[in-house]
Design a protein around this ligand. Structure first.
Ligand code: AMP
Ligand code: MG
Length: 440
């Protein structure tokens, strides 16, 4: 990526690395520049074969073709009677039933004038028939005769051969996400095994002397390690099972051991120790281990001390220690990176326009991601209410947020009633009420 895409270039003294005592690292990038710096370095991983039962959420790595026409012939779209429209241009009229045709049957008769066939949904149309009349529009009489109560037009309630898919047509493209519907399509074309992009192996490390592990007794002086688990869950939500490396304390030697293990994975996520404190050793230790750091500090809030580096084989994300900052940086940077590695084309969380229920402060130099809940106004449009707490240490506030309002940098404050963009979080596709009154 050309240097001009970065913010200010800074020379960083690397105390622990005799071989590499200074290193240029871009700093003060915008979110967009940081995303580009990451994604420009990422291409999808290799492909592998997977079974249909393991395919959900993966990206397809091959084109999938229809292996047959569907429907295989003209079939009935209703339970009713297959007939000749010419016999039914006026009603009521009575026709003779010559056979019963179920789905999967082969019709035995060709319909002659005055004849019809009882037919089930999905059953093949007998030759001579050019229309289907729903059973509700008929009255069954004695001696295999049926009265049609309404006239019929040709080509009614018939599904034409190959109208859903034609043999040889592309039904799914490479890069397409395997959704439940795509799983249905794959089964339709009898693909029990398919080529997908493999999942990245992801390791997660927490850093800080003050951290207390999940299985350690409660110590009032310590901070519980929540980041390992929140990040684990964010990764799991993408269908990837990460490896938790545990907690590295703030000693460079011990930290180096953990980082070395982490660098054996495709992606290493480290939270904490990436800022400018005396005990923040993550970035210099990574450099000692041969990681090229590409940027540090992104002009955003929360999440400013975010850094990114690479080795030949691994991508390293240094996330801020504050629990909300770590999660928000995951959303902006790690999520699109993991999705690209997995072969997906749609990398980013959807944003939608929302009306602000309250004013939102804009900062001069930083884009601000504001936790918010979504509701609907009288017209059904989305409204966003900023959470009372925007503290980057307040993990609880993240559980209540549906979205992050994006307050662009260098703008005036956003006023109540103004339209802003909101980035939807994982839970935002769910709502309490079914909205069924809007269907009528
Ligand atoms: P740092 O980025 O190391 O300066 O940490 C910033 C803040 O985040 C400090 O208050 C840390 O205690 C907190 N913190 C760091 N790592 C974690 C973690 N794994 N879980 C919860 N909080 C953390
Ligand atoms: Mg720390």
């Amino acid at each position: 990526m050309p240097q001009k895409h970065f913010g200010i270039l800074e020379t960083e003294a690397l105390m622990n690395s005799p071989a590499d005592t200074s290193h240029e690292i871009a700093t003060g990038l915008s979110v967009q520049e940081a995303q580009a710096c990451i994604l420009d370095r990422i291409t999808p991983l290799e492909t592998e074969e997977t079974g249909l039962a393991q395919a959900l959420g993966r990206a397809l790595a091959e084109e999938v073709l229809a292996n047959r026409d569907l429907p295989p012939c003209d079939v009935s779209a209703m339970d009713g009677y297959a007939a000749r429209a010419a016999d039914l241009d006026s009603a009521p009229i009575t026709l003779q039933i010559v056979e019963d045709i179920k789905a999967g049957d082969t019709p035995r008769f060709s319909l002659q004038p005055g004849q019809c066939a009882r037919i089930m949904t999905g059953a093949p149309l007998p030759s001579g028939a050019d229309t289907v009349v729903r059973v509700e529009d008929t009255r069954l009489l004695e001696n295999d005769r049926v009265e049609f109560l309404v006239p019929a037009k040709p080509a009614t309630d018939i599904r034409l051969r190959a109208e859903n898919m034609r043999k040889g047509d592309i039904v799914l493209r490479a890069g397409e996400e395997i959704t439940p519907a795509a799983v249905g399509v794959l089964a339709t074309v009898k693909r029990a095994k398919i080529k997908v992009t493999r999942k990245p192996r992801v390791a997660i490390l927490s850093n800080g002397d003050e951290l207390e592990a999940l299985n350690e007794p409660l110590d009032p002086r310590k901070i519980p390690d929540s980041n390992s688990y929140a990040l684990m869950a964010q990764v799991q939500a993408l269908g990837i099972e990460p490896v938790l490396l545990g907690i590295a304390c703030d000693k460079p030697d011990e930290l180096a051991g953990f980082l070395e293990r982490g660098l054996e994975h495709d992606v290493l996520l480290i939270s904490g120790g990436t800022s400018v404190g005396d005990h923040d050793h993550v970035r210099p230790t990574l450099t000692t281990l041969g990681v090229t750091m590409h940027f540090w500090r992104v002009e955003m809030r929360p999440g400013h001390p975010m850094a990114f580096g690479t080795t030949k084989h691994a991508f390293v994300f240094c996330l801020p220690g504050n629990p909300v900052s770590s999660m928000v940086c995951f959303e902006q940077f790690v999520l699109p990176a993991l999705r690209r590695l997995m072969g997906h084309r749609r990398l980013f969380r959807r944003t939608i326009p929302v009306r602000l229920a309250q004013a939102v402060k804009s900062r001069q130099n930083r884009v601000e991601f504001v936790r918010a809940t979504l509701s609907r106004d009288a017209s059904g449009a989305y409204m966003a209410t900023p959470a009372a707490s925007q503290s980057s240490g307040d993990i609880l506030s993240m559980t209540r947020a549906d979205a992050l309002i994006v307050a662009p940098s260098g703008r005036n404050d956003l006023a109540t009633g103004e339209i802003a963009q909101a980035q939807l979080l994982e839970t935002a596709i769910w709502q309490h009420t079914p909205d069924t009154e809007k269907y009528c």
